[in-house]
Ligand binder design. Structure first.
Ligand code: MLT
Length: 260
């Protein structure tokens, strides 16, 4: 088994909040949220090929990422966690919930969706994967800058736009390709969410153009009555980077709800 990079913050605990980052970033995207979660045990994960995690040789599949994650956590003695994922991190959390439901004592799904891609979205991912492996390299994801940040961030938070531009330029091309192919292959996860009986958070930036409000509602409906549905004004698809204080409040509240 490949061991994924796990970055620990806050007090030691064998029931931490596990943070799964968006595409094509790494665990650094959670820095500002973690700074507000000082009293909460946190493990921030680097997805395969991103940050300090090695690229996997297996066929691209989020279920493979999920298995490696479960194994990496078990190696650290962690068999129960509040798993929180943003966008691709949410897809990975849902894949993990399908195969390792007992690991979950809470779930947070941020700026993500449980539905599968349509044909056009799949084709787009495959062409980005090819471009990343070809002469474009990391430039294949540069155009994402427009859609991943909300209108307010583009107008009023130039420092965040610049950080995001830098992170997109640093994205490793082979990890871009692996993750795009894995995301293209992901199935609909609503039925898996309906089987999870744990406290849940569904959160979305109000200006998120990539994860529609309707998707947040269907996830919340599938997860059932113990779900908090949060909409953050003046945030886009990267709510954790654009409005970290409010995202940290929602994650802390989920963590407290998940305590036995
Ligand atoms: C992400 O932020 O992780 C990506 O936008 C996910 C996606 O491409 O669907």
């Amino acid at each position: 088994m490949t061991t994924l990079a796990l970055h620990r913050f806050g007090p030691a605990s064998d029931v931490p909040v596990v943070l799964l980052h968006a595409f094509p970033l790494d665990s650094r995207m959670w820095e500002a949220v973690i700074a507000q979660l000082g009293d909460v045990p946190v493990i921030a994960v680097d997805a395969p090929g991103f940050g300090k995690s090695p690229l996997l040789t297996a066929e691209p599949d989020l279920a493979v990422y999920a298995d490696q994650l479960a194994g990496s956590l078990a190696n650290e003695g962690i068999n129960s966690a509040v798993v929180v994922g943003l966008s691709m991190g949410g897809y990975a959390a849902m894949a993990l919930s399908a195969t390792h439901p007992k690991l979950f004592c809470g779930i947070g799904l941020l700026d993500t969706k449980a539905s599968a891609d349509d044909d056009a979205a799949q084709a787009n991912r495959l062409s980005v994967a090819e471009a990343a492996e070809g002469s474009a390299g990391s430039d294949a994801v540069a155009p994402m800058i427009q859609a991943v940040l909300g209108a307010t961030t583009h107008q009023e938070r130039p420092e965040i736009v610049e950080v995001m531009r830098t992170w997109l330029a640093e994205a490793p091309p082979h990890a871009i390709a692996w993750a795009q192919r894995a995301m293209a292959a992901r199935p609909d996860r609503h039925d898996d969410l309906a089987k999870l009986k744990v406290p849940a958070l569904v959160l979305r930036g109000d200006e998120d153009e990539m994860s529609p409000a309707q998707e947040a509602h269907t996830m919340a409906e599938a997860l059932g009555p113990d779900t908090q549905l949060v909409t953050i004004p003046r945030a886009g698809h990267m709510s954790a980077i654009e409005t970290p204080d409010q995202v940290a409040i929602a994650i802390r509240s989920l963590y407290l709800r998940a305590q036995p």
